[in-house]
Design a protein around this ligand. Structure first.
Ligand code: RIB
Ligand code: CA
Length: 316
């Protein structure tokens, strides 16, 4: 079993990643840290608490992470985020309010404590802006050679960005934090738009969850149908919704589904291509790069594993 922390901005595809990690037999989910992005941090954490209770996983502790980028003192949610994920982040579907609250220690300190405790056994899957990891690195730089790996949903190497021609949404929220992470030497798997837009979920898939007849199955089907519906407008060529964040969980538990390119990576933090994830020229001749960039994927396997894992979880 892989010890895993999710660091997420919940968000519809984050909600799918959460259920995937909560249901996967390969994963021991030791905690979830909330961040800002698709929603404000507090809303994201509320969504995680509500979803975990619905999934019968109140054993998983939930922590409040950072509320804005490292170099800012505010975060304003973008209108497009409310459109794509719904005002409440979970497709406008009202969820039953969880009985419990977040843990008393903050998300960054939880991450640091977990790295000290579990070391190389620990995988962190980050599917929002990388601010919590950036802050953890500033407080505890040694984490880069202690942690097992960090799998991020973020960036784009071989395709354009989705916020600008150069940048992907999670990187764009805090390019400085992402740059700090990439250049820290931490073992990273980058699951960017290069692969996340190749795995697509359709109404026929969510219907399988609805047909389980459980509240979790019905709610998840409704939440993701909202997201599929929006994709008909924002990316009609897909014929469904892309699986950004679940792809990061898939890469953590099934690396064999992906082909990767080893690279030393960085993020541009100023200039016209701010937010671009790109190889570091000065490191081209060095051996053993710390970032494995996913450039190919067996999408059928990703979609099938996600659908089956959630279907099994919803039947419990
Ligand atoms: O670019 C895709 C990413 O942006 C995903 O993590 C999605 O949830 C949004 O935050
Ligand atoms: Ca996300």
């Amino acid at each position: 079993m892989k010890k895993m922390i999710l660091d997420i901005d919940t968000g519809v595809d984050d909600a799918m990643a959460l259920a995937y990690a909560a249901g996967a037999k390969e994963v021991e989910l030791i905690g979830v840290v909330g961040t800002y992005g698709n929603v404000y941090t507090k809303q994201g954490v509320t969504n995680v608490l509500n979803l975990l209770e619905m999934l019968g996983r109140t054993d998983v502790p939930v922590y409040l992470g950072e509320e804005h980028a490292m170099k800012k003192d505010y975060f304003d949610r973008l209108e497009i985020s409310a459109k794509i994920h719904g005002q409440n982040g979970v497709g406008e579907i009202p969820l039953k309010t969880a009985q419990r609250e977040v843990e008393s220690i903050g998300g960054v300190d939880f991450i640091i404590d977990a790295i000290k405790k579990y070391g190389s056994e620990l995988t962190i899957v980050a599917t929002g802006p990388m601010t919590n990891l950036g802050m953890a690195l500033q407080k505890y730089p040694e984490m880069s050679n202690k942690i097992g790996q960090v799998v991020i949903m973020g960036g784009a190497l071989t395709v354009p960005g989705n916020v600008s021609p150069f940048t992907e949404a999670n990187i764009s929220q805090d390019p400085e934090a992402a740059k700090l992470l990439f250049e820290s030497g931490t073992p990273i798997v980058m699951v960017g738009l290069d692969v996340t837009m190749r795995s697509v979920l359709q109404y026929s898939d969510t219907n399988r969850w609805r047909e389980t007849g459980s509240p979790a199955g019905r709610n998840y089907a409704d939440i993701v149908d909202y997201y599929i519906h929006i994709h008909e407008e924002i990316a009609p060529f897909l014929n469904g919704c892309c699986l950004h964040d679940p792809s990061a969980v898939a890469a953590a538990i099934h690396p064999e589904y992906f082909t990767t390119l080893p690279l030393y990576m960085t993020v541009e933090t100023d200039g016209p291509s701010v937010g671009r994830t790109i190889g570091r020229t000065e490191k081209l001749r060095e051996k053993n790069p710390n970032v494995s960039v996913c450039i190919g994927v067996d999408s059928e396997k990703v979609v099938a594993d996600l659908c089956e894992t959630l279907e099994t979880l919803f039947k419990k």
